[in-house]
Design a protein. Structure first.
Length: 63
């Protein structure tokens, strides 16, 4: 199997898994839920990294 065929098979399986997880939920609603969750994780990780960096000057803005 060539890499193009492997990539196509992987993409097909990922879409099938996503459809199975989504179930009966409308695709647009599911997309909004997933994007919101990813955005929250991005903000949380960046905020935690900022706090752990030990920059006390900027932390006062959040207290």
């Amino acid at each position: 199997m060539t890499s193009i065929q492997q990539r196509a098979e992987l993409q097909r399986r990922i879409w099938q898994i996503a459809n199975d997880v989504r179930g009966a939920v409308d695709g647009w609603d599911f997309k909004q839920y997933v994007l919101g969750t990813l955005f929250y994780r991005f903000i949380s990780e960046n905020f935690a990294a900022y706090i752990e960096a030990g920059d006390d000057e900027g932390v006062q803005d959040f207290v």
